[in-house]
Every structure is written in structure tokens, then in C-alpha cells.
Design a protein around this ligand. Structure first.
Ligand SMILES: Cc1cc2nc3c(=O)[nH]c(=O)nc-3n(C[C@H](O)[C@H](O)[C@H](O)COP(=O)(O)OP(=O)(O)OC[C@H]3O[C@@H](n4cnc5c(N)ncnc54)[C@H](O)[C@@H]3O)c2cc1C
Length: 374
């Protein structure tokens, strides 16, 4: 009988594993793939995300540093920069592998290449079934990301209205060329697909290029991606990866009687930007802390619901208003982006949101008070 069984070894699962291991919980982490593994992602790791790490990010993991953003809508664009670093760019195979190694350092048991098939909440334990065996644990943390189905023991999977679709490619390029084209800036192209945007992010040996949007308004994502690549001067043959991304800010059930959902499995993603790494790392740590409180300090079983309160207090309002902000902008795109691209104050203020100096609620209020977005 384990204290906690974690399903998924991505950023949320590995962070839960490291925290559980540090508390000395008897922990098993199941990851269906062998690491390092490819994960479709822009690889933007914000200072907010870095602030959750309890170790220093090694220099060799950081591929690029970003201080600003360029927003493009049709033929208009606006750029803003801070004096300090806003985010770094990482390759997810390397970053995720690092997090999993950091979890292993604490002595937890990790079974890579073992997929959880389902999870059952019993009166006195949780049973997790794999192709090899059935494990028993006092608690389980489901960190399987957006796509998995193990979470259906807590809530139904997201409907087509509750997630977006992304297509991403890594476009090889020389560091010098990337430097000349982007410098310390990320490009965000709006008006590509409804509900989302296209991005061009700098990495050491490639650009991460991708598009995202509402499933229902994005009938031919591959074609839209090829157009986006061509329009931006990328004319080679690239491997395209399609995947789901949950819309954050929706009310979702994130816990059962012995099971907690973390990261993308819980839907913790900024609905406007698609940033999820900060919330994945943070929620994984909170889940492990709450379970440790019950296992080690005889806290009441009902205290499991503290997990929900902590997530709500830490980023609930922020994610809720990321969705409101996104809906307003995408409802009136011509008007909103005309205002945004004609005044860099809105982008400069948005950099404060990225930096977590203000949340989306306050940002939205500021935008509505000062500019006619609608
Ligand atoms: C195209 C795209 C671009 C993005 N860009 C950014 C960005 O630039 N910055 C940012 O902050 N966020 C970005 N995100 C969001 C970010 O990738 C996610 O929020 C983050 O990966 C969530 O981490 P996670 O650990 O919850 O899930 P994941 O990273 O998806 O990890 C889940 C893990 O669980 C494993 N797994 C799944 N099912 C099982 C099972 N049954 N048994 C065992 N193991 C299982 C998987 O193999 C995987 O390793 C992007 C997302 C997408 C789709």
C-alpha cells in the first residue's frame, strides 16, 4: 500500500513526486513513456513558473531569454519590452526529463513505460490498474495531461467546447538567424484561428511555430498551419504535431474522495495565452502537500478539499478572468486588436500580467476603464 500513487510524469506529476518524496511519503509514479520524450509545446517557461521550482534551473536547459512580445493582427503590429527577463525558452524533452530526475532524487519509485489503465476509488484505498498489475494506494494524483482518460474516475472528459486544438512544429534554424529575426521577443499572431493565435518562439536551434483555436471554428487545422508557416517564410517540410489544450478558467471537478487532478488534467491553463507550466508545477506541489498533511500529521480526511481551496486562492480568479479576457477579445477581434495594436500601453500592461504583478481581473478592469475594447 503506497501513500500516494501519481499517474503521469510530466511537469505536474514530477513536481508532485518531488514534493511527496521530500515529505518522505511512500510514493509510486507511473509514466507511460520512457523519458526523455517529445511533448508538443512552445516551451515558454515564465518567471512565474520558475518561481515554483525549489532548485536553480541549470543554464544549459535555458535555450533563450525573452524580455518582450510583438503582437500582430492582420497588417498591424505592436511591440513591448521590459528591462528584465519575462520568460525563458526550454525544450520540453529536456526540461521534463530534468523535473523527473529531480523527483527521483528524493527516493520515490518511478516506473517509466508503465501506463495506468484506470483508477478506482474504494472505501479504504485507491486501486490503479496497469497492464502489469493492480496497485493500491491511500491517495492518487492524476497528472496525465489533457488527453488521458484515467481522470474519468473523477469527472467526464472535456467536451469540444472545453478544449482548444493546437498544431505545432519545430522549424530548424541557425542561432544567428533566430537572433536577427526575433531578438528577445516572442511573436503572437492573432486573427489566425478563432479563440486562439499563432506563435513564433525562439529556441537555440529552431523556432517553435504553432497555432491554436476553438475546435469547432478550426475545421482544417493542418491546412491553417501550413498557411501560417508559408506566410511567415517557413517553406520547408516540417513534422506537424496536433494536440489538445484545455481552456482554463472553466469550473471543473478536480477531486474525488481519494483522488486529486493536477495540471492539464485539472484544466489549469491560461485560456488566453495557453500557458500551463506554472499551474502544472504549482498544483502538483499543492496536491502532494495536502496529502502529506493527512498521511503524516493525522489531519482529517476531509482536509483533502484544502487542495481545491489552495488552487482557487493561488490562481483560480486569474484563470477565470483569462477566459473572460479571451472571450471578449475573440468576440470583437477587429475592434479589440485595432485598439491594442494602436497603443503599446495595453501590451506594456499585459507584460505585468505575465510577470504576475497584476492578475487578469485587474488587467481587464484597467483595459475596460481606459480603452474601448468592445
Ligand atoms: C502546443 C502547445 C503549446 C504549449 N505551449 C506552452 C508554453 O509555451 N508555455 C507554457 O507554460 N505552457 C504551454 N503549453 C501548456 C503546457 O504544455 C501544459 O500545461 C503542461 O504540459 C501540463 O503539464 P502536465 O504535467 O499536467 O501534463 P503533460 O505535460 O501532458 O504530462 C502528462 C504526462 O502523463 C503521461 N501519461 C498520460 N497518460 C498516462 C497514463 N495513463 N499512465 C501513465 N502516464 C500517463 C504522459 O506521457 C505525459 O508524460 C502548451 C500546450 C500545447 C498543447
Amino acid at each position: 500500500m503506497y501513500d500516494v500513487l501519481i499517474i503521469g510524469g510530466g511537469p505536474s506529476g514530477a513536481s508532485a513526486g518531488r514534493r511527496a518524496g521530500k515529505f518522505g511519503l511512500n510514493t509510486l509514479l507511473l509514466e507511460k513513456k520512457e523519458f526523455p520524450r517529445y511533448k508538443p509545446c512552445g516551451g515558454g517557461l515564465s518567471e512565474h513558473a520558475i518561481s515554483y521550482l525549489d532548485f536553480e534551473l541549470p543554464r544549459n536547459v535555458i535555450e533563450w531569454e525573452v524580455t518582450g512580445a510583438k503582437v500582430i493582427y492582420k497588417d498591424q503590429s505592436v511591440k513591448a519590452h521590459e528591462k528584465h527577463r519575462l520568460s525563458v525558452l526550454v525544450s520540453r524533452d529536456i526540461f521534463d526529463n530534468l523535473l523527473l530526475e529531480k523527483a527521483k532524487e528524493t527516493g520515490i519509485e518511478v516506473h517509466a513505460g508503465e501506463k495506468a489503465l484506470c483508477c478506482r476509488e474504494m472505501p479504504d484505498c485507491v486501486e490503479v490498474e496497469t497492464e502489469k498489475t493492480i496497485y493500491q494506494s491511500k491517495f492518487a494524483i492524476i497528472a496525465e495531461g489533457a488527453q488521458g482518460l484515467v481522470k474519468t474516475c473523477v469527472r467526464p472528459t472535456d467536451t469540444r467546447e472545453e478544449y482548444g486544438i493546437c498544431v505545432v512544429a519545430e522549424v530548424p534554424a541557425k542561432e544567428k538567424e533566430i537572433e536577427e529575426r526575433l531578438g528577445k521577443t516572442v511573436e503572437l499572431h492573432f486573427g489566425i484561428a478563432e479563440g486562439g493565435y499563432g506563435w513564433i518562439f525562439p529556441h537555440k536551434t529552431y523556432y517553435s511555430v504553432g497555432i491554436s483555436g476553438f475546435v469547432n471554428d478550426f475545421p482544417r487545422p493542418k491546412e491553417s498551419m501550413l498557411n501560417f508557416l508559408r506566410k511567415n517564410g517557413f517553406s520547408g517540410e516540417y513534422k506537424l504535431h496536433g494536440c489538445k489544450i484545455p481552456w482554463g478558467g472553466l469550473k471543473r471537478k478536480i477531486m474525488g474522495s481519494r483522488v486529486l487532478l493536477v495540471g492539464d488534467a485539472a484544466g489549469f491553463v491560461d485560456a488566453f495565452l495557453g500557458e500551463g507550466l506554472a499551474y502544472a508545477i504549482g498544483s502538483g506541489q499543492f496536491a502532494a502537500e495536502v496529502i502529506a498533511g493527512i498521511c503524516l500529521h493525522d489531519e482529517n480526511f476531509k482536509d483533502l478539499s484544502r487542495y481545491e481551496s489552495i488552487c482557487q486562492a493561488e490562481f483560480g480568479t486569474h484563470l477565470k478572468y483569462s477566459l473572460v479576457f479571451s472571450r471578449i477579445l475573440h468576440r470583437f477581434p477587429d475592434r479589440a486588436f485595432k485598439v491594442i495594436t494602436s497603443n503599446d500601453k495595453i501590451i506594456y500592461k499585459y507584460l505585468e500580467v505575465l510577470d504576475c504583478r497584476i492578475n487578469y481581473k485587474d488587467y481587464l478592469r484597467w483595459c475596460l476603464l481606459n480603452f474601448k475594447l468592445m
